[in-house]
Design a protein around this ligand. Sequence first.
Ligand code: PLP
Length: 409
Amino acid sequence: MLTLDFHPTGRHFLQIPGPSPVPDRILRAMSLPTIDHRGPEFGALGLRVFKGLQQIFQTRHPVVIYPASGTGAWEAALSNTLSPGDHVLMYETGHFASLWNKMATRLGVKTEFLGLPGIDGWRRGVQAGMVEERLRADTQHAIKAVCVVHNETSTGVTSDIPAVRKAIDAAKHPALLMVDTISGLACADYRHDEWGVDVTISGSQKGLMLPPGISFNALSPRAIEVSRGAKLPKSFWAWDEMIETNKSGYFPYTPNTNLLYGLAEACDMLLAQEHGGLPAVFARHERWGAGVRSAVKAWGLQIQCADPSVYSPVLTGVVMPEGVDADRVRKVIYERFDCSLGTGLGKVKGRMFRIGHLGDCNDLTLVAALGGCEMGLKLSGVKLAASGVQAAMEYFAAHEAPTALRTAG
Ligand code: PLP
C-alpha cells in the first residue's frame, strides 16, 4: 500500500464507514486454497454460509449471494421485482438513496423521490408519515414498491424501518418494501422477517468485516411471488436459478469462493454465543457511536444527523465550521497521522467528514482515531471547545461494555 512507504510502522487507520478493517482471522480463512465450486466440499461451505446469513438477516427465507458490490445487489432487487414503466416510491435520505433512485430511473422505472427539502432531508431519517400520506393518495395502487435506505452511509442517519412498514400497512397499500442495509447489517439491529421487509440489500465490506466483492438480497415469500411476473431484463441477477441451485449449497455460476471462506468465518465470529451473539454486536456499535459523538460534542462541532433518535451506530458525520473545507482537514489527518476518514458525498461535499466506527474496532482504536482527528483539526486551524479524545475516554471508561468486546479470536 502506498502509505506504507510513508508510514513504515504500525497499521493504517482505515476509519471510513466501509470497507472496514478485515480481521486477521478472516484474512487467514480467505487465504486457503480455492476449491472446485462444483466439487463435493463446496456444497457444505455453501450451506454453512446460507445458514449463517439467515441468522444475520434474521430471516427464515432465501438470501441470495452475488459476486458483486452492493450496487449490483441494488440492481438485482429492482430488476427481479419490477417491470418497465412501473412506479416506485423512493426516499431521499442522502447520497446513496440518490444513487439508487438514479439507477431505478436508468433501468426504466418511474421513480418518485420523496424527502424533506434542501439539506434538512440529509440530516434526518425517512419521514414515515410522508410515505403513508403518499400511499393513501395512490388509490389505484400504481406504486409497486417503497425503497428506503436503512443506514444512510453518506450522513450517519439510521432510519426507523418498522415505522415505514407500519406506514405501508396503515395505508392498506400492497407495495413491496425494499430496504438497503448495505452499511447497517451486522452493526445496527436489523430484522428482515419481523419488520416485514420484502427485499433487503446488503454488502460484504461493512459490518460483515470482509473485503468488498459480494453482496446480498434477502427475500420474502411475497417478493419471490412477485418476481415471477417482473419483466425488467435480467439474467446474471435472476433469483429463480440462484434460489434453486443454492438449495444444495451450489451456485449457477462461479461464486467468489475465497470471500465465502471469509463469510463463513465472519458468521461464526458475529454469531458466537460466547461473545453474546448479535445483541452484543449491536450493543458494541451503539456504544462506539455514543463515544464518538461525545468527542464531537466536546469539540463543539455539529453532528450531521440532527435527530438524536436516528443517530447511526455505524458512523458519525462531523460538520465543519463555516469556511473550513472538510476535505482539506481529512487530507491533513491522512498525511500526518495515516488515518483515512470518509469524505463528504454529493450535497455535503466539503461540509463534513465521516468517522466510521464499525466492525473490527475497539475502544482504544477509536480513541486513537479520534486523537488523529483532534490533532488534524487543530493543525487545520479549527477552534475546538475542549478535547474530544478526553470526552471519549471518559465515556468509554464510565460505560463498561455489556459483553466481551473483541470479535476476532
Ligand atoms: N448503499 C449504501 C448505503 C452504501 O453505503 C453503499 C456503499 O458504500 C452502496 C449502497 C453502494 O455499494 P457499493 O459501493 O458496494 O456498490
